[in-house]
Write a protein that binds this ligand. Structure first.
Ligand code: NAD
Length: 290
């Protein structure tokens, strides 16, 4: 049993904290939202009215927050210098590589070990404890983080040094954004060419057009496995979050001098989709614009 402070109990963090409780850990939770705190309490967490209170006496601190700015301010104001120095810090939010490295450096300078550990898998995987974690940090910090993350996921992979988890996450999601749009385009064209869409799925899911967007998350209602398309494109992975990840990838590509024309185009298309009022829809809903 480890005493774990958990900061950020939203769509993802709520289920993740509940899985830590199920695994036998003592979870001290904080979120700005009273509703999120009530849900955490129902799931067996002890709740607190500030980050500083939640991290007192913690052996590990896990955060699942919306963006890099919030992560930086929560760690610099209320975690670093307030949690015990022996506490392992794990940020599971999706944020930019530069901020992840900056927060880790500040934590290390104050005597803490920290990893960036963003996740792949949506709300269902967070609730079901089947997330994939990609972890950036030293080998020693990874060894300590692994058993904690394993209670919330099906795979925990060491990506490399600090920031490498975030790098892997945005590269992965850049593939996902581009392949989802390519898959949607292909279905739209197949339809216009008179192909039956189930037949096209049966062919392409076993041919070289196969991808996760096709076989695990098909954007066409009634075709392939159950997916947000079967639920009016509600739930799942919001287009606004896909846009956030694509923007992070574009910033990283610019800083690294990498050419990412498909990622760039995917960002433009998701930007237009979100600006038209579809940001809360699942990202596969972009098929409606094609
Ligand atoms: P969310 O908005 O549902 O949850 C974020 C929570 O953080 C909210 O409950 C909010 O009240 C809380 N919060 C904000 N500022 C805070 C502060 N200063 N102190 C304490 N709590 C604060 O978002 P989410 O969908 O749970 O996503 C969280 C992170 O996970 C994001 O970085 C996102 O990109 C990433 N992610 C999300 C998904 C997904 O499918 N939703 C998948 C993979 C990764």
């Amino acid at each position: 049993m480890t005493r774990i402070a958990f900061i950020g109990l939203g769509n993802m963090g709520g289920g993740m904290a509940a899985n830590l409780v199920k695994a036998g850990h003592e979870v001290h939770a904080f979120d700005l939202s009273a509703e999120a705190l009530t849900r955490a309490q129902e799931n067996g967490c002890q709740t607190y009215t500030s980050v500083r209170e939640a991290v007192q006496g913690a052996q590990a601190v896990v955060s699942m927050l919306p963006n890099g700015q919030i992560v930086e301010s929560v760690y610099s104001a209320d975690v670093i210098g307030h949690a015990p120095r022996s506490a392992l810090l794990l940020d599971c939010s999706t944020i930019d590589v530069a901020t992840a490295r900056k927060v880790e450096e500040a934590a290390r300078a104050a005597g803490y070990e920290m990893v960036d550990a963003p996740v792949s898998g949506g709300i269902a995987a967070a609730n079901g404890g089947t997330l994939t974690f990609m972890v950036g940090g030293s080998a020693e910090a990874f060894a300590k983080a692994e058993p904690i993350l394993a209670a919330m996921g099906k795979a925990v992979i060491h990506a490399g040094a600090s920031g490498a988890g975030q790098a892997a996450k945005i590269c992965n999601n850049m593939i996902l954004g581009a392949t989802m749009i390519a898959t949607c385009e292909a279905f739209a064209l197949a339809d216009k060419l008179g192909l039956d869409l189930q037949t096209f799925f049966d062919i392409s899911s076993k041919a070289s057009g196969q991808s996760w967007s096709m076989t695990a998350y098909c954007p066409v209602p009634g075709v392939g496995p159950q997916s947000p398309a079967d639920n009016g494109y509600q739930g799942g992975f919001a287009a606004a979050l896909m846009l956030k990840d694509l923007k992070l990838a574009m910033e990283a590509a610019k800083a690294a001098g990498a050419k990412v024309p498909m990622g760039q185009r995917a960002q433009e298309l998701y930007e237009a989709f979100a600006a038209a009022g579809n940001g809360a829809d699942d990202f596969s809903g972009i098929i409606k614009t094609l």
